[in-house]
Design a protein around this ligand. Structure first.
Ligand code: C5P
Length: 223
């Protein structure tokens, strides 16, 4: 491929999007948050009470969903049928249901197709669970991120409080991350797994700047 693709996969809440945004900004690439797409689909399913055991209902709902990104300052703003839902998709109801929705074969098929279209000709940084293994197997640079689960829960909990969510406890966040990691790594359809050629990045003890420097060093040869 002529365009450069940086794929960032890894466990829930280990700083994938923070690194991806910083990297995209530094390189002038487009940042695409694939998780936001699964979250927006989940929000639509919850709002419309789509029965997750009814595949025909899921297929029908997918036909009524249009997703778009508004890239401002490399923050990803996602639109669900024209409505900005970037805040709502981060809240607990979506987090608690997204892994079930994202395990659905048809949901994945639709999202992967859109993601591949977005990375067809432009230089991009995309983060998710299957970017280096399924969406862009031919990505030039792949990272697989991980961090201590307790640290991850603490970071995410702090972030939620900063956003005004004082109702969710640290334990609830920890449980949600553990649940999603389990569901994401054990599902049948493109489970979360490190691509053979992915560079492992454990950021438990790394600052954001150190992670960015590490990533830039790996991407630089391809620029
Ligand atoms: O990245 P984020 O934590 O927002 O993703 C939310 C959920 O979406 C994940 O727990 C996973 O179930 C699903 N996901 C996925 N494949 C991706 C990105 C996210 O299955 N590429």
């Amino acid at each position: 491929r002529k365009n450069l693709v940086v794929a960032i996969d890894g466990y829930s809440s280990c700083g994938k999007s923070t690194l991806a945004k910083a990297l995209a900004k530094k390189l002038g690439f487009i940042y695409i948050d694939s998780g936001a797409m699964y979250r927006a689909v989940t929000l639509y399913f919850l709002r419309n009470k789509v029965d997750m055991t009814n595949q025909a209902a899921i297929d029908d709902a997918l036909h009524h969903i249009e997703l778009n990104f508004h890239s401002r300052d490399y923050e990803s703003h996602i639109l669900l049928n024209g409505e900005e839902v970037s805040e709502e998709i981060r809240q607990m109801p979506v987090s608690e249901n997204v892994s079930e929705v994202s395990a659905n074969k048809q949901v994945r098929h639709d999202m992967v197709k859109q993601q591949q279209r977005m990375g067809k000709s432009k230089n991009i940084v995309m983060d998710g669970r299957d970017i280096g293994t399924a969406v862009f197997e031919d990505a030039q640079v792949k990272f697989f991120m991980t961090a201590d689960p307790k640290i991850r829960a603490e970071r995410r909990h702090k972030e939620m409080i900063a956003k005004g969510d004082n109702f969710t406890t640290l334990e609830e966040v920890f449980e949600n991350l553990a649940h999603r990691d389990y569901a994401d790594t054990t599902r049948k359809e493109s489970p979360l797994v490190r691509a053979e050629d992915a560079i492992i990045l454990d950021n438990t003890d790394l600052t954001q700047q150190e992670q960015l420097d590490f990533a830039l060093e790996k991407v630089n040869p391809f620029l």
